[in-house]
Write a protein that binds this ligand. Structure first.
Ligand SMILES: Nc1ncnc2c1ncn2[C@@H]1O[C@H](COP(=O)(O)OP(=O)(O)OP(=O)(O)O)[C@@H](O)[C@H]1O
Length: 245
């Protein structure tokens, strides 16, 4: 296996008495697409938030591209090349599609002209060509999800954290998003995605990591992970063994 791009080592996060993420370790190699799954409340978003620098772990460390993220702000982590999307698309007010992507691109491209050219190319890359001048509130849900990816791409990431980018999409829109995720990898971007759409995550991921009540319970090839009895129990709930007996 190639050296890790992202290394999560023994990370724990508590909210009061609740252990939301409990001693979780995982590795992501460059060029991988890793699906992070688990039932509601498993700790997926909390782990994403720590990777993206929203708050630090109570214990453990996260190392990205050779840099410990301890003590680094979300903006610094973004500049290192680790960028997230949000579950609920967060367009910047009534900015247009192009302005939204360009704002992210300005993180790297100092000139307005260079950031505009980068934003135009990204709009094409995510399938928003023709909508560059549209105010973001006028977009459909599927277009807003693609704009979230575009905005993350504007920051020129090495690794992108996709937070439920398939949520609320119909089958055709999901298929289109899966093509975009595979395209990201071809363009050299590593992907970690939190996703409840199991069919989609199985189709696109090289590896699945499964959390349950804050703990990692499985990590491996998608087909073997979904057949793992511990994973089936986590999704179906307690009592399954007794029911089956
Ligand atoms: N800011 C917070 N304060 C207190 N508890 C929190 C906070 N954020 C998350 N939690 C709790 O931590 C646990 C893990 O939540 P988290 O949102 O990370 O799970 P998740 O796997 O992303 O769930 P979902 O799939 O429903 O989004 C849950 O019990 C949740 O209620």
């Amino acid at each position: 296996m190639s050296p890790s791009l992202l290394s999560v080592a023994g990370v724990t996060k508590r909210f009061g008495g609740l252990v939301a993420v409990d001693d979780v370790s995982l590795e992501v190699a460059p060029g991988e697409i890793v699906g992070l799954i688990g039932p509601n409340g498993a700790g997926k978003t909390t782990l994403f938030n720590m990777m993206a620098g929203a708050f630090p772990p109570d214990r453990g460390d996260i190392v990205f591209d050779g840099h410990s993220l301890r003590g680094r702000s979300a903006a610094t982590i973004c500049r290192l090349g680790l960028v997230r999307t949000f579950q609920i698309p967060q367009p910047f007010g009534s900015m247009t599609v192009l302005e939204t992507i360009q704002t992210a691109a300005l993180l790297h491209d100092r000139s307005i002209a260079a950031s505009r050219a980068a934003a135009l190319a990204i709009a094409r890359r995510v399938g928003l060509e023709g909508r560059e001048a549209s105010p973001t509130p006028s977009l459909t849900n599927a277009q807003k999800k693609r704009l979230e990816v575009a905005r993350a791409l504007g920051a020129n990431p090495k690794l992108i954290l996709l937070d439920e980018v398939m949520a609320g999409l119909n089958a055709a829109e999901v298929a289109r998003m899966l093509i975009l995720v595979q395209q990201l990898r071809r363009d050299g971007v590593t992907v970690v995605l939190v996703e409840h759409n199991m069919e989609a995550v199985l189709r696109v991921s090289d590896r699945l990591v499964v959390l349950e009540t804050g703990r990692k319970i499985a990590d491996g090839p998608p087909r073997s992970v979904v057949e793992d009895p511990a994973v089936i129990r986590a999704y179906l709930g307690e009592g399954t063994e007794e029911d089956a007996a």
